[in-house]
Design a protein. Structure first.
Ligand code: ACM
Length: 538
């Protein structure tokens, strides 16, 4: 009988040669090129931890080994070719070859899945045995991301590290950190100390759905990452060839900023938000606001090494600007006819500054509304129709549409499902999703991203319930070509993948629905439904 390998994502070409290799029969891990020594030690560490087998890393070794080699001309970063790899496992050993270290990192992720699931545990729990296979693999899309919202609910650094490791295991290559929002600012900025002192926490949080209740829990919530924490996060991701994209969300979603520095707004500072929704408070379009942003971006680029900085730009109400003498003066001075153009003024200034720091800007699709500089990458969230709009306006896009890949939406129809914002996004819906909309030039699509907005995910356990197993299915959609996925449907591989999640201690949602302790019950996590209104493109 054919054994089930249940790899997720499915490699593009996989031949199961039959038989197994006991890694204990090998003498070393050979990193032929010094650039892959770190990855080789990562493999050594993982094997030691999960199986107890200790293989040292050497630059050469005669005899059976895990051999890691770079071969051929080096592709550019963030290309599909840079993540391609060839993996051969036979009775004589393991051969992992790629043209770029990122390809080696992806090959190691697949290798981790070929080990027994229990080898993913934190102490030796499985033999170091892998099936003999021949794999030739390359991703379909260049940008395969997961967004984590640690602004609405803060999570400890360890959870971010764990999510990076899980992204790596699923051959995702981007973790987008949503670092700032109305309910909290999560990054230390030494020149703006009140962000850590005031903006990083709120006095309490609404209980249940914000549209359903006006009860608050009376419990302060907050936290922030120091620069040392963020450097550690970036370094941890970088070892795995995962990019961490920082998002500093301006000029809207700024209640926390304005609680700390009210002079950047209308001056009538309100406390850090304790409930969820879209608030009218925005930055005033002043030189002081731009100076604030510049101070923040200066620190961001010292800490994050990714070539992109996300500037947010979503859901920016114009109501305050409509009555602001400062905005009126700006509009007169700059010849801005429509108040929407005030956001465009911010977008242009941020883009110019971030570009001067040698980074590329990404913004949510609202930056298109008043016309954005074409060098800005657009993360399209409202509706796939905006993908077309963005591409027609000359932008590269990251496809992240709310109806399909917002994993804060309900996963099933049962009244037992715990509290969500709205919507219904089942694993079947994710599996059937096509990330490149028809009629769009695929070259303009950098890739896609799933979102874990955390208004209604207070704890890491809640995030895990929402993220898994949808994230695994999502990773399969982005990595494997449609023909590959058709030949080996992901929903047939999912069951066999769940023991890996279990071994990692991930409290995923079982395919048949929540465990009793994961249900919403009748208290604060009780299901609340309101119709999900899909945004229509203008
Ligand atoms: C968003 O969901 N407001 C990007």
């Amino acid at each position: 009988m054919q054994r089930r390998l249940s790899l997720i994502p499915q490699p593009q070409h996989l031949v199961d040669a039959g038989g197994e290799l006991d890694l204990a029969t090998l003498g070393a891990i050979v990193a032929v090129d010094s650039e892959t020594t770190g990855l080789a030690w990562l493999l050594s560490d993982l094997l030691a931890r999960g199986t107890g087998l200790r293989l040292a890393v050497q630059s050469d070794f005669e005899g059976p080994a895990v051999r890691i080699r770079l071969e051929g001309p080096r592709p550019e970063d963030l290309t599909c070719e840079s993540e391609a790899y060839r993996l051969r496992i036979d009775a004589d050993g393991v051969d992992l070859v790629a043209a770029h270290p990122a390809g080696i990192a992806r090959g190691l992720a697949t290798f981790r899945q070929l080990l027994p699931a229990d080898a993913l545990r934190a102490a030796p729990a499985a033999p170091a045995i892998v099936p003999c296979v021949a794999i030739d693999d390359v991703p379909r899309l260049r940008w395969r991301g997961v967004h984590i919202d640690i602004a609405r609910h803060f999570q400890p650094k360890e959870f971010v590290l764990a999510m990076i490791d899980r992204a790596w295991l699923h051959r995702l290559n981007v973790v987008h950190l949503h670092l700032t929002d109305d309910q909290g600012w999560r990054m230390e900025i030494p020149s703006r100390p009140k962000l850590a002192e005031i903006a990083s926490w709120r006095s309490e949080t609404v209980v249940g759905h914000a549209l359903d209740t006006e009860t608050f829990d009376g419990t302060p919530h907050g936290g922030h990452y120091t620069l040392a924490d963020l450097r550690e996060i970036v370094a941890y991701a970088s070892e795995r060839h995962v990019m961490v994209i920082p998002e500093i969300n301006l000029p809207g979603h700024t209640r926390a900023v304005l609680a700390a520095y009210p002079e950047l707004g209308t001056g009538h500072g309100k406390p850090v938000a304790t409930t969820f929704g879209v608030f009218e408070e925005v930055l005033e379009p002043t030189e002081e606001s731009l100076a604030f942003a510049r101070d923040v971006f200066d620190v961001v680029v010292q800490v994050f090494d990714a070539p992109f900085v996300h500037i947010g730009g979503d859901e920016v109400p114009t109501v305050q600007w409509e009555s602001s003498p400062v905005a009126a003066e700006l509009m007169k001075r700059e010849g801005i006819a429509d108040v929407r153009g005030v956001q465009t003024w911010f977008t242009r200034a941020f883009t110019e500054y971030v570009t001067s720091l040698d980074r590329r800007v990404i913004g949510w699709d609202e930056i298109l509304d008043g016309g954005a500089p074409t060098e800005a990458v657009v993360s399209v969230w409202r509706n796939e129709a905006y993908v077309k709009k963005a591409v027609e306006a000359g932008h590269e896009v990251i496809v992240a549409p709310e109806p399909y890949v917002y994993f804060d939406h309900y996963e099933g129809e049962s009244p037992d499902e715990p509290l969500c914002i709205h919507g219904l996004t089942t694993v079947e819906k994710v599996a059937a999703w096509e990330p490149v909309p028809a009629g769009v030039d695929p070259d303009s699509v950098l890739g896609a991203q799933c979102q874990l907005w955390s208004e209604y995910m207070p704890d890491a356990r809640d995030v895990e319930y929402r993220a898994f197993p949808r994230l695994a299915v999502f990773a399969d959609v982005l990595w494997a070509a449609p023909e590959t996925r058709e030949a080996a449907p992901v929903l047939e591989r999912l069951e066999g993948h769940l023991p890996r999640l279990e071994a990692l201690g991930i409290e995923y949602r079982p395919l048949e629905g929540p465990e009793p302790w994961q249900t919403g019950g009748t208290g604060a996590r009780k299901r609340f439904d309101r119709p999900f209104q899909e945004h229509q493109a203008e």
